[in-house]
Ligand binder design. Sequence first.
Ligand code: SF4
Length: 463
Amino acid sequence: MCGIFGIFGVENAEKYAFFGIYALQHRGQESVGIAVSDFENIKVVKKEGLVLSAIKKEDLEQAKGYLAIAHVRYATAGRSGAFNAQPFLKKTPIGEVAVAHNGNLINFKELKDELLREGEAFEYDSDTELFLSLLCKGTYTPEGLKLHPEDEQLLPYFFYVLKRVQGAYSVLFLLKDRLIAIRDPYGFRPLLMGRLKDAILFASESCAFDILSGEFWREVKPGEVVVVSKSGIRSYFPFSSSKRAMCIFEFVYFSKPESYIFNEWVYNVRKKMGEVLAQEDELIADVVVPVPDSGVVPALGYSQRKGIPLELGLIRNHYVGRSFIEPTQELRDIKVLMKFNPNPAVLKGKRVVVIDDSLVRGTTSKKIVSMLRKAGAKEVHMRIASPPVIGPCYYGIDTPTKEELIATKFSVQEIAEFIGADSLKYLSLEGLKSCVEDPEDFCTACFSGQYPLEVKEEVQRIR
Ligand code: SF4
């Protein structure tokens, strides 16, 4: 995952970018960066860590301008830490260009090997750099595509890049006098447009517009290229449309519940997941306990549909980051114990149904079940508001390798025993699909094993 934000046409764009990207902190916690242009020069600030603590007032004073892009990162390709922090900046035949990317290129290795053979030097080890390297390699204009005179010299460089890259990309490019937003033809990752008075905004989720008191305008459509310059906004669809494959996991876990993405409110979809799970479940229990935070909304749906009261049986310590997002197993284990505290006041002597958004390795669930029992729960029934995860993601979400996914090795009954629960039940795949408006427009590969975009074996091995 990663979060991206862009703004065009406002004084102190760097400050708006700072707050916009802060609202997307949940999408990446390893590093943050902002690239700003004053219509003459592009300046970049990049730091390791969280937005609020990493970016200082002085940093923003040295990088002032009218258009900006920003990025929060956690690694899906390449090393973590400040080294690979985005936006990347490079001199290209069309001038300096900065890039911020959410997604994952599945032909990364192939393209990089090709460019290395041609003598290209790489500064970073992230797939995102390829966008800039390829900008220096050629031009392409799809037949019959009419370009605005202002874009005629420029866009063929970008179309060449798009012709070469494959995979998931919602990406923002900053040039000294314009901003270009592109979403891959499958639409794997969300990318939205908003307005703030005369300024144009872009963001991974609508919650980034809310913090600025901006308003959501529309989605950047799958396969769309949007150019924003002083003379206006122009939209192009350079390639024929393909099947859509928007990531359903965004609704399960990653996006914030108050966000609007993929033409739906995350809250509504997530709550429905709990409702459908309740419909599929015959369990009788005394109390519904959510695993905070992403289990809260489905637990509400489950509780309301079942008529079982929802209680806060697990209290979250908010001074610790999300556990799933941490890159090493060692840190993940420590964090689970730091993260939740059981609440005996609502657990003692109760038959507890505990709701989580997903179950990946099973190690977190095991600790939660044991915590609830120690706090006095009579029975602990684990319910998961998504189907078993049976495959890794190659499209920009850092799920573990197939071997680490517990559902690839054990039956539901065996997993229940492993985590120590009295019973375990997942939302069915059909149930999950029924929660979104157009299920055929979604990627469900990590739950179904049906990958919308073929991934070569060598890439699978890298995961
Ligand atoms: S494989 Fe899973 S996580 Fe990856 S894009 Fe598809 S649904 Fe999303």
